[in-house]
Design a protein around this ligand. Structure first.
Ligand code: FEO
Length: 178
């Protein structure tokens, strides 16, 4: 069983992870509309990763006998002014999520919740990658500046990101041939 303080914090983290998926899905729409389909693709894979993160916390709570209470998911932002701005927002958002994981870890320690440690350690490591990815892309877009050729090349590279196996977010999963 999980105590109330820890339950509330993990339950809220489900919401933060789903909000991550939601804002990245908004960015997918923005990049498609901007004809940067590779960037849209990269973020679409990220949307799937975020739902996996939400489900890891969800499953942690259910496996400890808790009843989930899903909270309202906020619409964070839906429009951007340049190809750079969404990546800067993504990096800032990942830093925000890292802070939340740190807070969860602090609460787990204060509550002597050793059972949550393996899950939180996984997320502490995952956030290194999440911040690094979005920071790197953000700085690459910044370096490219006004070069349309550079932007096109980066867009093509980001379009090669691989979906997790069997991802329902992969159009191949539902665009079934007649
Ligand atoms: Fe679930 Fe991108 O942090």
């Amino acid at each position: 069983m999980i105590n109330k303080r820890m339950f509330d914090a993990v339950n809220e983290q489900i919401k933060f992870e789903l909000e991550s998926a939601y804002i990245y899905l908004s960015m997918v729409g923005y990049f498609h509309a901007s004809n940067l389909d590779g960037m849209a693709h990269w973020l679409r894979v990220q949307v799937h990763e975020e739902t996996i993160h939400a489900m890891k916390f969800f499953d942690h709570l259910t496996s400890r006998g808790a009843s989930i209470v899903l909270l309202d998911v906020k619409q964070l932002k839906t429009t951007w002014k340049s190809a750079l701005e969404p990546w800067q927002d993504a990096y800032a958002h990942e830093k925000f999520i890292t802070e939340k994981i740190h807070t969860l870890t602090k609460i787990a320690r204060e509550e002597n919740d050793y059972t949550a440690e393996p899950l939180l350690n996984w997320f502490l490591n995952e956030q290194i990658e999440e911040e690094n990815n979005t920071d790197k892309i953000s700085r690459q877009v910044e370096m490219i500046g006004d070069s349309k050729e550079g932007l096109f090349m980066l867009d093509r590279e980001l379009g090669t990101r691989i979906y997790p196996a069997g991802s329902p977010f992969d159009p191949a999963a539902y665009n079934l041939a007649p």
